[in-house]
Design a protein around this ligand. Structure first.
Ligand code: PLP
Length: 392
């Protein structure tokens, strides 16, 4: 018996319960089609909504920045890792989001882990949406604040919980995903923002899947609902529609000034690399100047959803391009994904604990770089396998 034998047992259990997800290795850049194990597959599961991860202008911007700034930032932001280009990006985001200021982090997950504990502590209270992303849940845990979970999209439940638990003398934070990453539905942020005012609670939205997808030119959920003055903390990521890496928080000057003194990933982990920043700035510039990618993304999403639901698949209640095909049983879902893979469609299964038990799904992510023929290819393969497996 070795003291590490438990790892083998854990792996065995994962495999037996159908929750072991094989990790596919891409041998090509992100695109509508990708190469895996030497084969070309239709890519239906990246978050590369606008196709910016391999956009020629974005690639060029990154290469140029290597010559101008080198490859690394060399230090944490608060010591020697803040270069001019970091500040330029923070100004650009603030401008894009119509917020006063912003702080850039090394990832979206780190933005949540760093910001939430800087805002509230053990004497405070957080009202957290039931289906919030894992990085919010971990940020809430790290803060040590009392956590009150309210039901999915249910502002009545939120208000009841605020009435019961919001007391004077403590800080209060309402935190929600903007677009729910596994279901594609949208938080009623306008009502949440009103409750924030009524119950003197800060409002924090994670817009990872709203960026580049909702609002004018993809400005995100706050712009979509026109809530610039009512949402206190707008968090986002550069790793999805923007196609690169990193995260940010936008808000008031004071908030950002304070986070730069208190957020631990800013203080204790080295800064985002300058070439990544140059690429992010180029992506935002492309989004600002032209919304044709955004419109194509929505066209493709509509076509995909209509095609799948007309075949009888359960595509949930998504209001955004995220298209869950809910199968339910975990083993069947993994089997379905493997069959798609054999047929030339790359679409990973999503199982517990990422989604609740019994709601296992294939989550499809259409992109602006898919053609109509690509989307039809995916629909046809779903039809074939769905019939073979007696799901439709
Ligand atoms: C809602 C949400 N928040 C945060 C993150 C983390 O972002 P990143 O991948 O940039 O760390 C993700 C990505 O999975 C997400 O879906």
């Amino acid at each position: 018996m070795s003291k590490m034998d438990w790892v083998k047992d854990e792996l065995k259990q994962l495999k037996e319960s159908g929750r072991y997800v094989p990790i596919r290795v891409l041998q090509s850049p992100q695109g509508a089609w990708v190469k895996i194990e030497g084969r070309n597959l239709l890519n239906m599961c990246s978050n590369n909504y606008l196709g910016l991860a391999n956009h020629p202008e974005v690639r060029e911007a990154m290469k140029k920045a290597v010559d101008e700034y080198g490859v690394g930032a060399g230090a944490v932001r608060s010591i020697a890792g803040t270069m001019e280009i970091h500040i330029k990006l923070e100004e650009k985001i603030a401008h894009f989001k119509h917020m006063e200021d912003s702080i850039v982090y090394q990832g979206g997950l780190l933005a949540n882990l760093g910001t939430i504990p800087a805002l509230v502590g053990k004497d405070d209270v957080i009202f957290s949406e039931e289906l919030n992303h894992a990085s919010i849940i971990d940020g809430v845990r790290l803060s040590g604040a009392t956590k009150i979970v309210y039901s999915h999209l249910d502002t009545k439940d939120l208000e009841n919980k605020l009435k019961e638990n919001r007391r004077s003398g403590m800080k209060s934070l309402i935190v929600t995903d903007g677009v729910f990453s596994m279901d594609g539905d949208i938080a009623p942020l306008n009502e949440i923002a009103d409750l924030g005012i009524k119950y003197d609670s800060m409002v924090y939205v994670d817009d990872a899947h709203g960026e580049g997808v909702l609002g004018r030119n993809g400005r995100g959920i706050v712009d979509h609902f026109n809530l610039v003055d009512k949402v206190d903390i707008e968090m986002g990521t550069f790793s999805k529609a923007i196609g690169v890496m990193g995260g940010f928080v936008a808000g008031s000057h004071d908030l950002i000034d304070y986070l730069k003194q208190r957020a631990r990933p800013f203080l204790f982990s080295s800064a985002l690399n300058p070439p990544e920043i140059a690429a992010i700035m180029k992506s935002i510039e492309i989004m600002e100047r032209d919304d044709s990618l955004l419109r194509k993304l929505w066209d493709n999403s509509k076509f995909l959803k209509e095609g799948l639901s007309s075949l009888g698949f359960n595509t949930g209640k998504s209001k955004t391009p995220i298209t869950p095909v809910i199968i339910g049983d975990e083993k069947k879902t993994v089997e379905f994904s493997n069959a798609l893979y054999r047929e030339g469609v790359f679409a990973s299964p999503i199982v517990y604990p990422t989604v609740p038990k019994g709601t296992a799904r294939i989550r499809l992510m259409p992109s602006a770089i898919h053609s109509k023929e690509d989307i039809q290819f995916a629909i046809d393969k779903f039809q074939k396998i769905g019939k073979e497996m007696k799901i439709i």
